[in-house]
Design a protein around this ligand. Structure first.
Ligand SMILES: Cc1ncc(COP(=O)(O)O)c(C=O)c1O
Length: 389
């Protein structure tokens, strides 16, 4: 079976994990700091906070942005449920701004319309779908004018760049950026996430929230009489000044992620080549076209095609089954989040997002990962050519 995505693990990864197991530091050790430094320096941000998953990162970012009861978070309807669930975790309201059909990213015009209707928005979460950065030049001022904090969902976009060539996550357009290291992502930690920011206050807040809300670095303490003896800090003393979480990542995961990070450019280069080969092959296809362009700036997380199933005289369900019969696994990214039962029960109506619905009717994710061979890719292309006519 050719999966739609898969991690690449080699001896260097295994050795790195074994070395950590022998080191005595399984968690809260130096590998966590080192991984944070890798991502911070790579994207060009001032600070990075590693967490147990991208979802945990979004949860903490929503708190840091002030989302909560009576306050809303706007994201794209074409995303993984985690992007909007962050609002629900903190008792806030999730809202959606429809996608631009040409990019499958949040449409700046739809965001403006959403913000005109809702005055209580604290966070805007643009999702760099498939690794393609959103139009942040347009989204930035719209969100800021509404007083909302921008949290980029860059789960797909490690290695992606803005049109000016600088890296996603550098804080140019967003107060916080979240990356994910789930196995199908650019690099794998098993599970894991990272938040980058240039704001020191937010950085310190995220450090506390990641670990139960307990003071970190030189945070001021509230109950000074408990904190000191003879004018010196008591070595055992710590304070939980707000409710935080246990969202720490382990050194084992970070060791794997660092080993993977060393080959990030190699991974991205292969994905870029595969994407160019798909694009060339699909240029003269009938009833099937790539869902996104702007390949030069994308992080190439997934390869999505849009298929006119009616014209091709098939259905997506049948095509996916037929592909499986030829050893090819395909997927759909994503079911529009407002269609999910939890969101319908909140009063969402999927037809309010016509671009998302039209995209969803046509979308299919086909295999894209580092180890996909040219021969396997030709098999995918040839099979699609035969099945989608
Ligand atoms: C767009 C998007 N946002 C958020 C997440 C959540 O990341 P994680 O799986 O690391 O919690 C994912 C992961 O699949 C994702 O694709």
């Amino acid at each position: 079976m050719i999966p739609y995505g898969r991690q690449h693990i080699d001896e260097q990864d295994i050795e790195a994990v074994v070395a950590v197991l022998k080191s005595g530091w399984l968690t809260q050790g130096p590998a966590v700091d080192r991984f944070e430094e890798c991502i911070r320096d790579y994207v060009g941000a001032k600070y990075a906070v590693a967490v147990s998953s991208g979802t945990a990162g979004l949860h903490l970012a929503a708190i840091a942005a002030g989302v909560g009861p009576g306050k809303a978070l706007v994201t794209s309807p074409i995303t993984f449920v985690a992007s909007s669930n962050a609002a629900l975790y903190v008792g806030g309201s999730p809202l959606f701004a429809d996608v631009d059909p040409a990019t499958v990213n949040m449409s700046p015009d739809c965001l403006r319309a959403t913000l005109a209707r809702h005055k209580n928005v604290r966070a805007v979460v643009p999702v760099h779908f498939g690794g393609l950065p959103c139009d942040m030049e347009a989204i930035g001022p719209i969100a800021r004018d509404a007083g909302a904090t921008i949290i980029e969902d860059a789960a797909h976009a490690l290695g992606a760049t803005y049109p000016d060539g600088s890296r996603v996550g550098n804080g140019k357009y967003a107060v916080m950026t979240m990356f994910s290291f789930h196995p199908v992502k650019a690099i794998a930690a098993g599970e894991g996430g990272m938040l980058t920011t240039n704001d020191e206050k937010i950085y310190r807040h995220l450090l506390r929230l990641r670990s139960h809300g307990i003071n970190k670095l030189d945070d001021p303490l509230e109950v000074v009489v408990e904190a000191e003896t003879d004018g010196m800090k008591n070595p055992w003393y710590h304070e939980m000044q707000e409710l935080g979480y246990h969202y720490r990542i382990t050194d084992i995961q970070c060791a794997l992620a660092i080993a993977q990070f060393k080959r990030l450019e190699q991974f991205l280069a292969r994905r870029r080549t595969l994407v160019a080969q798909y694009d060339r092959a699909f240029a003269d296809f009938e009833n099937l076209r790539p869902a996104q362009g702007q390949r030069e700036i994308s992080g190439h997380h997934i390869y999505v095609v849009r298929i006119d199933f009616a014209k091709a005289k098939t259905t997506r369900a049948k095509l996916m089954r037929d592909l499986r019969g030829r050893d090819i696994v395909s997927q759909v990214h994503y079911i529009p989040v407002p269609m999910q039962p939890v969101y319908r029960r909140l009063g969402m109506t999927p037809r309010d997002y016509p671009n998302a619905l039209k995209y969803y009717d046509e979308a299919l994710t086909i295999p894209l990962f580092y180890d996909l061979t040219d021969a396997q890719q030709e098999h995918v292309i040839g099979t699609l050519k035969e099945l989608v006519r």
